[in-house]
Design a protein around this ligand. Structure first.
Ligand SMILES: Cc1ncc(COP(=O)(O)O)c(C=O)c1O
Length: 278
């Protein structure tokens, strides 16, 4: 059965709008209408405006999922009235979310996948905020325990997606985005020593740089951070922004080591709405 987000109108129902009295009145754009609106007409008007967006199925540019099975739409429609953040009211939704977290932890080789912490977010931007905050708070707790200054945190990255700049601005962290040198397309291990110091809360490695799709070399970055710890005593964790690669690498590049197999990788984000549904 086809699923429609508002009501199940047959094609002829929708066409009817344009030859009936419903079509005689426009709806105001920037204020609430005076009276009630026919759901039928409101649906047709909004649907028609959305045609101006272009055709998502032809959009390969933003690596978002552009097709899903009808069953996915059906589940989404059936869950649209639930406030999923209210875990007490909807414990089974929370349980399914928790299973997904552990399935992903297992997919990404967490040693104790059943004992990992994670959650769903609105997208990888929000996930980056949470990953970044975890890095900041861990760093701050460590510094406070040592009686050291916590006023100047920084985060070291390659050419990151804009969400990391937002993270830095919202949460008062200096972003050290290493400029690309020569023919490099991402963060290189040899860059790290110049940019990391005792105030570095973490390094972001991107698995699928937004602009090129290139995977930054997470394993080599981790090895270099191991060497930095050995030489300078700085223990700097990695967050992997696997917004697009997190659902590709485990299936297509199975031998690539980039995830929780590396001790230094403490957190990972990936987007269900990018390749997660593919
Ligand atoms: C590497 C990377 N991180 C984060 C994001 C932000 O993801 P979202 O749009 O889901 O917030 C993107 C989106 O393009 C991305 O490519």
């Amino acid at each position: 059965m086809p699923i429609h987000t508002v009501r199940d109108h047959s094609h002829s129902d929708i066409e009817d709008i344009y030859s009936t009295r419903l079509s005689e009145h426009g709806l105001p754009k920037y204020r609430m209408p005076e009276g009630t609106s026919e759901p039928h007409a409101a649906y047709a008007l909004v649907r028609d405006e959305l045609l101006l967006d272009g055709n998502a199925r032809q959009n390969l540019a933003t690596f978002c999922t552009t097709w899903v099975e009808d069953e996915v739409k059906q589940l989404m429609t059936e869950a649209v009235d639930k406030n999923m953040i209210d875990k007490d009211e909807y414990p089974q939704t929370a349980e399914i979310e928790s299973r997904c977290v552990h399935i992903l932890a297992d997919l990404w080789h967490a040693e104790k996948s059943w004992d990992t912490i994670g959650c769903s977010t609105t997208g990888s931007s929000e996930a980056a905020m949470l990953g970044g905050l975890a890095l900041k708070w861990k760093w701050r707790a460590r510094r406070e325990a040592e009686g050291k200054d916590t006023s100047k945190p920084n985060i070291v990255t390659g050419p990151v997606q804009i969400c990391w700049k937002k993270f830095a601005r919202y949460f008062d962290v200096e972003i050290r985005e290493v400029p690309l040198k020569g023919d490099a397309l991402g963060l290189r291990p040899e860059d790290l020593r110049d940019y990391c110091d005792e105030n570095t809360i973490g390094v972001v490695a991107t698995l699928g740089v937004t602009f090129t799709g290139v995977y930054e070399p997470v394993e080599a970055l981790a090895r270099e951070l191991d060497a930095i710890e050995r030489d300078l005593g700085l223990d700097i964790p990695i967050h992997v922004d696997a917004a697009s690669g997190g659902f590709i690498a485990p299936f297509i590049q199975r031998d690539l080591v980039w995830d929780f197999q590396l001790d230094r990788v403490r957190s990972i984000n990936a987007s269900g709405h990018k390749y997660g549904l593919a």
